[in-house]
Write a protein that binds this ligand. Structure first.
Ligand code: HEM
Length: 421
């Protein structure tokens, strides 16, 4: 059967309106798909970045079960992340953006393997241990700034601060450049939010942000090439990959990836975690009763519960099959991580927040395999530090208004969350 003749599933995961509103509203839809049609075929995702749908794009298969997402994530021989197929976003993204922003995320082996190795050398447990004390001190300073009583937007006052600080330290972004880098990184994930966008054109906003980030990255590369220091940019300008140095463009693209991947995700997990504990006071009590003993599994449960990254795509390198359905080379699958993290075949009572859940094989950091989140241990360290400060010093902190959610099919975002303490 040719893909164009295949009927689309009656459930439309591709419309922008489906991705507005609270994530809980979408859960029954994914429940139904997991139960009735674990593999379903959909029209191409609508995109604010490409006003005209691509007439050559037939659509994609939706993967909603834990088993399928893990299997595809771990089989890079069959499934490509590469830019030659348009990369990993659910919707089509202009090629220039992929090249400037995605780096290793939208790359296949052997280049992915080699580049990831260089980058991973800066994410070793020893390096993270070195930065851990600074992360703890920074988390303490953020909670100091809250004072003893007050009402604030948690996202701005707490969740957003630690991730960007950590990334800036690791990369080596000078203090005076951090604001401008953070704002540009935010714009990279908020372009589909009408509140954030105002009268701006989404594509223009994306390009403007990319130009800012690339411009800064070039300056950092030049400075570090002349005077290497103990940071990621220095490691990258001096590294040799396949006998050649990385170009400043390649380093800049990685800088954009990190500024986005390492920034928004941990921020969202912090907000989702605070909201989840507020809605489940028994779990908060349990955590406070033995913080050291329970924070490890609690952080994993916050990542499962919040699933900050909602989707990534893969494209078949070669003919294959899933659940007996033939899939031709060139066809796409979209992995719905949030759905896999609610899959009753793997998680007992998936809709129950259980901070003691163990094992907790969530796919919040990806389903395993070559692209598994490079920053997962950095994220865990940050989340431990911020929850330690928030819960121990402000144990009566309460959510004081309804959360406002970021629309979109990529980041499961909370834009604002009022809290009182
Ligand atoms: C709770 C926080 C985070 C979540 C939920 C998250 C989630 C993810 C996911 C789902 C992927 C794709 C995995 C795949 O395709 O199999 C990924 C990749 C990646 N993440 Fe994270 N991430 C988080 C924090 C971070 C942090 C703090 C950093 C950096 C310091 C980071 C850096 C990266 C990089 C560089 C990749 C690309 C890896 C590759 O393609 O080889 N992430 N992350």
């Amino acid at each position: 059967m040719t893909t164009t003749l295949r009927p689309y599933d009656p459930i439309d995961l591709s419309s922008l309106t489906f991705w507005q509103g609270p994530p809980a509203d979408r859960e029954p839809v994914f429940d139904q798909l997991r139960r009735e049609r674990p593999l379903s075929w959909h029209r191409p995702a609508e995109s604010a970045l490409l006003p005209e749908p691509d007439p050559d794009d037939p659509g994609y298969w939706a993967l909603v079960t834990h088993a399928d997402i893990v299997a595809v994530s771990r089989d890079s021989d069959t499934w490509s992340s590469g830019m030659q197929y348009g990369g990993v976003m659910m919707e089509s993204v202009p090629e220039e953006i992929l090249e400037m922003a995605h780096s290793i995320l939208s790359m296949d082996s052997p280049r992915h393997t080699t580049l990831r190795k260089v980058i991973a050398s800066v994410f070793t447990p020893r390096r993270i241990k070195l930065i851990e004390d600074q992360i703890k001190a920074q988390a303490a300073a953020i909670v100091d700034d809250l004072g003893e009583h007050g009402e604030v937007d948690l996202v701005e006052a707490v969740s957003a601060r630690l991730p960007m600080w950590t990334i800036s330290e690791m990369i080596g972004v000078p203090e005076e450049e951090r604001r401008v880098v953070t704002d540009a990184a935010n714009a990279m994930v908020c372009w589909n939010d009408p509140d954030f966008l105002g009268d701006n054109d989404p594509l223009q906003m994306m390009f403007d942000s990319l130009l800012i980030l690339h411009g800064r990255a070039y300056d950092f590369c030049q400075a570090r090439a002349a005077h290497p220091q103990d940071d990621l940019i220095s490691a990258l300008v001096t590294a040799e990959v396949d006998g050649a140095k990385l170009t400043f463009e390649e380093i800049a693209a990685f800088f954009v990836l990190l500024s986005v991947a390492g920034n928004d995700t941990t921020r969202q997990t912090t907000s989702h975690g605070v909201l989840a504990l507020d809605r489940h006071p028994d779990q908060k009590k349990l955590l406070l009763a033995d913080f050291e003993g329970r924070i490890g599994p609690a952080v994993e449960e916050f990542v499962r519960w919040g699933t900050p990254v909602l989707t990534f795509r893969r494209t078949a390198h070669k003919d294959t099959e899933i659940r007996g359905q033939a899939i031709a080379a060139g066809e796409k699958v979209v992995m719905f991580y949030h759905s896999a993290n609610r899959d009753g075949a793997v998680f007992t009572d998936p809709y129950t927040l259980d901070i003691t859940r163990n094992p907790n094989p969530h796919v919040g950091f990806g389903g395993g395999g070559a692209h598994f989140c490079l920053g997962s241990n950095v994220a865990r360290t940050q989340l431990r530090a911020i929850f330690d400060q928030l819960l121990r010093r402000l144990p009566d902190l309460q959510v004081s208004g309804e959360p406002e959610y970021l629309p979109g099919n990529f980041i499961n975002g909370i834009k604002r969350l009022s809290v009182r303490y």
